[in-house]
Design a protein around this ligand. Structure first.
Ligand SMILES: [Zn+2]
Length: 221
């Protein structure tokens, strides 16, 4: 910050001679206004007739006089209770956007504990790619837990063994598919290994064990 009064305005790289002194520097936009009471409708000459405040970027933590004081004051200000501090609409929007993004990131992580992509996922045909994504996120209509959750299945029983069905049950636990599973992943594979291995193995397994269609309830007798 610096003061400058009464000189002929030269403008600078950071601000022009005309109010409201909009400036651009890198990604930062700032406005410099007069600390004395003026109105937007006042002519520029009136608005310039005071102490001009210039915002100037300076390197932080470089031992500059005043900067350390400003840093300390800013720290004290932000350490205070912020709950009742007024903020402008765009800051509020940005805060809400950040919050929502963080919530959905947490939800995705909770539903999807296998952050590593399944190798070959992107090379699969559309059906395989969608099926794999749904299995990874626990939202596949090929398992009865999903069908039960969204409505069309009366229960979540596995169509092959009547234990509770899920992506993990289908891929790693269901005893009815043991042979097809063992051929691909050996004895007792973990879900993280199945989904962390080649994507084509998952897709051919689903087809092999005839689970490529949603296992809907049998028609009433
Ligand atoms: Zn089963």
């Amino acid at each position: 910050m610096g003061g400058r009064g009464g000189e002929a305005c030269q403008g600078s790289a950071f601000y022009s001679c005309d109010p409201p002194w909009l400036g651009h520097r890198g990604g930062i936009t700032f406005r410099v206004d007069l600390p004395v009471a003026t109105r937007w409708s006042d002519p520029p000459a009136v608005r310039r007739n005071g102490t001009e405040t210039v915002l100037q970027w300076v390197p932080g933590h470089a031992g500059l006089d005043g900067n350390k004081t400003a840093d300390r004051l800013a720290g004290e200000a932000t350490a205070g209770d912020q709950d009742s501090a007024p903020i402008d609409l765009s800051s509020a929007r940005a805060a809400v956007t950040r919050h929502v993004r963080e919530l959905s990131r947490q939800r995705a992580t909770a539903a999807h504990p296998h952050p590593d992509p399944t190798p070959g996922h992107d090379s699969l045909a559309r059906w395989g790619s969608v099926t794999l994504s749904q299995l990874r996120t626990g939202t596949s209509p090929l398992t009865r837990d999903t069908l039960h959750k969204i409505g069309p299945a009366a229960n979540d029983e596995c169509p092959a063994c009547v234990e509770p069905d899920s992506a993990a049950h289908l891929l790693t636990d269901c005893p009815a598919y043991e042979a097809a599973r063992r051929r691909r992943w050996g004895v007792d594979p973990r879900l993280v290994d199945v989904l962390g291995g080649p994507a084509t193995k998952v897709v051919t397994f689903i087809e092999d064990v005839r689970r490529a269609e949603p296992p809907l309830d049998p028609p009433p007798p």
